[in-house]
Design a protein around this ligand. Structure first.
Ligand SMILES: [Ca+2]
Ligand SMILES: [Ca+2]
Length: 505
């Protein structure tokens, strides 16, 4: 081979490689990542409540994979989202609670979060609404906005109908003050609900959805990762009146509960380990269970409408055939099951969530019953988009998207250091730091009425031994909010340095 020919061959090869590399880059799918805050399985296609009305998500599910047994890494917003977005479980990072800011974690300080990783590898990342858990700092809110190339704060609201307003913390029932000091103790978000007087066009999530509708009409030089943060149905359960009208109060069905349900969960002293929740007691005492269930159903229907705006915008855009869509809730919600309200439990009502994924060209709806987890989304999305592999706690579920019946291991949900549930398709085993355990047979007892931990079922014993092998081998100490005066300065510095994504793994 003469020198010139050799030179030309190398040039041709280099050019072919460059072209194929560019094609690969150009062919990369976009990602539409839709979070619906505090959405439990009260979604039509999940059947968690027989009266749920979510036509937009249900229609989307007809051309997507519905994960029937998806769990959260932690059963409250902060740890669940920090795990999903960092790719590391609470037991790895120490981000166990809502007050733990992921920027304080040494692991997260070195590692790109999910949107940062997409940005680092050739995507434009665009977000509005709640994706990261928010934290107050002296310099304002840390929204996780540092993780996106294009970000805007979500705004909007509406005036509550004063005559149909309920609030446990303020002692207000249908606009009337009924004070009872037993119930006015507040903890976390107020249990407040009722219809809004204004139109949906003024409300925050609807405006967020319209913002994405406009974003989906724009041109981008790179593939996009759009993170849509729908903030409802999170408390307060406020939604425009039209969504309350979809769920007439007198016919609203309240989930079944049994007043003796907690009697079979005992601590190491043989005493009941859990008490009925304050919200639950208030709703029963004043006979407003139907009202609160109606308000959640209405707020879910409103959230579904907002998701529908974005899905329709995608379907009508030039990106319709080359976009991966993920719709996810960050954990479940109790409405009296286990005499509990809200999240923050290791029972199935709080650990399960809706997760629906559509990859380009999925033509039919499919079900997957394997135990997947939000922790799996980071590795799954980088796998589907051809981004470099990365060491993370989750596992790509791409194989399940291709064959939902593949054998798959159980999954883990952690609520604070030392408290873990291991969930398989048949069993739900929980071990608490306080030394007691629970076991439920999900196949024969999906409502988890009967704690089998003290039963002498041979089969249960075998199951427990196997499930325990999935408990985390290592548990990080909780990352507590830094009390140091310079912590804010430190955080500002961290946020600034993160924008140079080369410094992050
Ligand atoms: Ca949440
Ligand atoms: Ca029970």
């Amino acid at each position: 081979m003469n020198l010139l020919f050799k030179y030309l061959s190398i040039l041709a090869l280099a050019s072919t490689l460059a072209t194929s590399f560019l094609c690969a880059q150009e062919d990369r799918p976009n990602v539409l990542f839709i979070s619906v805050d505090d959405l439990n399985d009260w979604v039509g296609v999940y059947g968690g409540h027989p009266q749920a009305k979510t036509p937009h998500i249900d229609r989307f599910a007809q051309q997507a994979m519905v994960f029937r047994n998806a769990s959260c890494p932690g059963p409250v917003c902060g740890p669940s989202r920090s795990a999903l977005l960092s790719g590391f479980m609470p037991s790895t990072t120490g981000l166990y609670g809502n007050s733990n800011n992921m920027l304080d974690s040494a692991i997260v300080q070195k590692s790109a979060t999910l949107p940062e990783y997409f940005s680092k590898h050739g995507y434009v990342t665009i977000s509005k609404g709640k994706i990261f858990h928010k934290h107050s700092t002296e310099n304002g809110q840390d929204h996780g906005h540092w993780a996106f190339d294009i970000w805007e704060v979500a705004k909007g609201g509406g005036k509550i109908d004063p005559e149909r307003y309920f609030c446990r913390d303020e002692g207000i029932i249908s606009g009337r003050k009924i004070e009872n000091p037993k119930f006015t103790k507040s903890g976390g978000s107020r249990l407040a609900f009722g219809p809004l007087l204004g139109e949906k066009e003024q409300t925050k999530d609807y405006r967020t959805a319209k913002w994405f509708e406009a974003k989906l009409k724009e041109d981008y030089e790179k593939p996009f990762f759009m993170a849509v943060g729908i903030s409802k149905p999170h408390l307060p359960f406020y939604a425009p009146k039209e969504y309350f009208d979809l769920h007439p109060l007198e016919s609203v069905i309240v989930p079944e509960y049994r007043m003796d349900d907690l009697d079979d969960i005992l601590n190491t002293h043989g005493e009941p380990a859990f008490k009925p929740h304050l919200d639950f007691q208030w709703c029963r005492e004043y006979g407003v269970m139907q009202d609160v269930v109606q308000a959640y159903l209405a707020t879910v229907s409103y959230a579904d409408e907002c998701v529908g705006v974005v899905l329709d915008a995608l379907a009508n855009s030039r990106y319709a055939d080359n976009t991966i869509v993920v719709i996810w809730g960050d954990h479940g919600w109790h409405f009296g099951e286990k005499l509990k309200f809200r999240k923050a439990s290791l029972w199935r009502e709080a650990t399960q969530l809706p997760l629906i994924i559509q990859t380009p060209n999925m033509q039919t709806g499919q079900d997957c019953r394997r135990n997947v987890n939000l922790i799996d989304l980071y590795p799954t999305l980088i796998d589907l988009c051809g981004l470099p592999e990365k060491e993370l706690d989750g596992t790509t579920i791409r194989p399940l998207l291709e064959n939902p019946n593949l054998a798959w291991p159980p999954t883990v949900t952690t609520q604070g250091k030392g408290n873990h549930s291991i969930i398989s398709e048949r069993w739900h085993y929980t071990s608490y730091a306080r030394g007691f355990e629970e076991l439920y047979d999900l196949e024969n007892d999906p409502m988890q009425w009967t704690n089998l931990i003290h039963s002498d079922l041979d089969r249960a014993e075998v199951a427990i031994a196997e499930l325990k092998t999935y408990l985390p081998a290592f548990e990080a100490e909780e990352i507590l909010k830094s009390q140091k005066d310079d912590s804010i300065k430190e955080m500002d510095h961290t946020i600034k340095t993160r924008r140079d994504l080369r410094s992050l793994k």
